[in-house]
Design a binder for this molecule. Structure first.
Ligand code: NAD
Ligand code: UDP
Ligand code: UDP
Length: 441
């Protein structure tokens, strides 16, 4: 054998060995477990060094890559475990919530015969929510219908979930089909800035809304109480105002959408009473105040109290000689419930006959709140009624009702409500600032 042949044989043997190694290496990388499928003695050592050209840099990169991959695998497993724990905790919270009864204000038990199903339209508003509280505590079933234009779920949240309570998000301009015994129809914006915001909607609510309420009352033979207003007297020429006074309203002024809307609401009530034998009650409500008044409703009570609490200027519109009489909300609610229970069908004034000028009222609020606010006059409101004081002889005689809460007592409660609301909105502002500070890139 020549030397050349010998060399050729050695080269062929080495090539064969190399081919075998390449084959084994491929097998190892195709194997899903990452392990070598076929074990050949000595191959693993060769594999570990393969490919022979791998530089130290590549090797350290490969090791770093593997380390990272295993770290990611561990973190994924940890995340999965945390998710499972969270799901278990959520399940526990859910079962605790269903097994622990919510704390509700105490309600009286009424048997089937005495318990009524009562609908309150606008029941998430200021007056409506207090009426809800009284009727719930008396043991009735209460259904609130509200479109939340000026009302808030928060006003009735303490009843959510109670077996006697139901809250329906619905606009009373649209028909409503439910079964009830009594209706308190309060749905309507009440403060001048709110009802002037969308005058057409205010008219629709007080006309179409009232037709739907009366149509519903007719179908189910329910008794219905309409929340009318002292605004039906307009800028009165008779003082104080008895129910027999027909009023002095500008039909095309900025307040007309509300004043005329409520006048039509009353007219509709008596048309349904006469034509369809619907049992109607009409409450002419005078200025009312108390906790749960809307903070930004622009009414004089909320404006003056907030201005005084914030040490801002107290703004009296016009010369401050116009008068109003303010009743506390619990007195109004007592009056409405008494009127509903009575047999009297003609309109009844519900208000406090103690009269103040708006200038005097600003002084009272400044004194009760304290602080350095100054009182200043500003532009008068168009068509602002100049004198308003109810004649409550009818309510006294027929309902044996009259207001009980003195102005100062009611105002103290209202001031403390607004003080808490301001602190609450400050806390909310603070925590939302913190949130945005930490979450804004
Ligand atoms: P409010 O604005 O706090 O409450 C009115 C409620 O009616 C709100 O919850 C609002 O979301 C709801 N509402 C309005 N339009 C609706 C619609 N189309 N469908 C369903 N819900 C609707 O006002 P308030 O002071 O509680 O007044 C209640 C009633 O008493 C009103 O009818 C008002 O005209 C009458 N009123 C109030 C006063 C007063 O001084 N508060 C005086 C006179 C008359
Ligand atoms: N309506 C309602 N709920 C009822 C019954 C009537 O909302 O349970 C509405 C009805 O859609 C109608 C309005 O009340 O638009 C007046 O009803 P009514 O029966 O007086 O008049 P009609 O239906 O004959 O027009
Ligand atoms: N008013 C005021 N300053 C205010 C808000 C209201 O002087 O910041 C006056 C308003 O001009 C009216 C009276 O207070 O004469 C009562 O206004 P409110 O809006 O409370 O009710 P209204 O009886 O006019 O519906």
């Amino acid at each position: 054998m020549t030397a050349t042949k010998k060399r050729l044989k050695i080269v062929a043997a080495i090539s064969l060995l190399l081919l075998l190694l390449v084959y084994l290496y491929r097998m190892a990388s195709f194997c899903p477990s990452g392990k070598v499928a076929v074990s050949v003695p000595g191959v693993e050592e060769v594999q570990a060094k393969w490919p022979p050209t791998e530089s130290p840099l590549q090797r350290s990169l490969q090791m770093a890559y593997e380390e990272q991959s295993s770290l990611i695998r561990e973190q994924k497993a940890e995340l999965q475990r945390t998710r499972e724990n969270l799901a278990r905790l959520e399940e526990q919270v859910r079962s605790l919530q269903t097994s622990t009864p919510r704390k509700y204000p105490k309600v009286k038990y009424l048997n089937y015969k005495n318990r009524k199903r009562i609908l309150i339209t606008g029941g998430a508003g200021f007056v409506g929510s207090h009426l809800v509280d009284d009727l719930m505590v008396q043991g009735h079933e209460v259904i609130v219908v509200d479109n939340f234009f000026t009302g808030r779920k928060r006003n009735v949240e303490h009843w959510l979930g109670h077996e006697n309570f139901e809250l329906i998000h619905h606009d009373i301009v649209n028909p409503l089909f439910i079964e009830i015994d009594e209706i308190y129809h309060l749905a309507s914006p009440a403060s001048p800035p709110h009802y002037m915001y969308n005058p057409v909607k205010t008219i629709k609510t007080n006309t179409m809304g009232t037709i739907n309420v009366l149509g519903l009352a007719k179908r189910v033979m329910a008794k219905v109480l309409i929340a009318s207003t002292s605004e039906v007297y307009g800028d009165p020429t008779v003082h104080p105002q008895p129910e027999t006074y027909w009023g002095h309203v500008n039909p095309i002024g900025p307040r007309a959408c509300y004043d005329e809307g409520k006048r039509v609401s009353e007219t509709l009530s008596y048309a349904y009473a006469k034509q369809e034998k619907v049992q109607v009650r009409v409450a002419r409500i005078f200025n009312t105040y108390g906790p749960r008044m809307h903070m930004n409703d622009g009414r004089v009570v909320s404006n003056f109290i907030l201005q005084a609490l914030r040490n801002e200027t107290i703004t009296v519109y016009g010369n401050g000689k116009q008068t109003r009489s303010f009743q506390y909300v619990s007195d109004l609610v007592d009056g409405m419930i008494a009127l509903m229970a009575s047999n009297y069908t003609q309109p009844v004034n519900l208000g406090n006959p103690v009269e103040q000028t708006i200038g005097e009222f600003a002084e009272i609020i400044k004194k009760l709140v304290g602080g350095p606010s100054v009182i200043k006059q500003s532009k008068a409101m168009e068509d602002d009624p100049q004198r308003r004081k109810p004649d409550i002889t009818r309510a006294r005689q027929l309902l044996h009702w009259e207001p009980k809460v003195p102005l100062e007592t009611g105002l103290q409660r209202t001031i403390s409500y607004f003080r808490n609301e301001l602190a609450r909105s400050d806390r909310f502002q603070e925590s939302s600032n913190k949130y945005f500070d930490t979450h804004t890139p």
